[in-house]
Design a protein. Sequence first.
Length: 298
Amino acid sequence: MPKQFIKERPILFISLTAILILLGFSRSIYQFFMGPADEMSMPQQVQTVRVKAAPMPDLIETIGTLTAKEEITVKAGGPGKVQRILVESGSYVKEGTLLANIIAAPEIRAPFDGYLTDWIVKAGEYVKDGTPLIDLVNTDLLSLTYRVPESYSSRLAVDQPVEVTVKAFPTETFQGIVTYVSPVVDRKTYTILVRATVKNEQQNLWPGMSAHVRHILATHADALVIPESCLILTLEGYNVFVVSNGKIERRVVTIGTRHQGRAHIVSGLTLGDSVVLVRTNFIAEGADAVANDWTGDW
């Protein structure tokens, strides 16, 4: 730049110099935060999973109550004095076990195998014929009672399997089977009463417990599934990101049952599609991407 120009127009010279410095500084800041231009144009490596086929149940989830399938109140068979109580409260007894002696009255024996609750009477008391003495419950098999919406009426059937979990054992699943489906719909709740029998081999379930119920209506042998974590909830439904032809693409999906960390994809994806598993700030629709399929079990 001519020295004459600098002398005649110093303010303009200073302004031009400042602009050049700011332009260079701004470019440095941009590269610092955003990376070099050639690096920004490189496709992003994204963690993905392939849509696969796997068995998937079609089920109803609800809350139910467990009760003893076999329970009775043992009563005095005649009037008399309770001489001795032979078995303590809470004990497990076999059918025919002598429970107590009442003078001048028939022996008090267990009518079936089960657990005794609390004695209502004490030794030395006088009782009348039919006086309640103690409750006996059989907890080997429990009865599960719950209700389902009337919209499932055409799909409910006896002998369908159920899965039960309780708060006391959140990681354990107990198996049961439907034994009764009510033939009428409750007029107040528009629900149908269902009963099932649940095995209690380890005696972990107690009568009176609330239970999370999964009533299995059917099982799809080759359902298309993805991990639930891939799903994006929107106001209109669910979306996922997929890597297709080197680009990030958003897909609208319809899902069925969600079970054990998997989601059943009814529509929107096909077998083998690469679905984005781990989303980051770099993932946006239309961005260049390379699928990095996870080979772990899910």
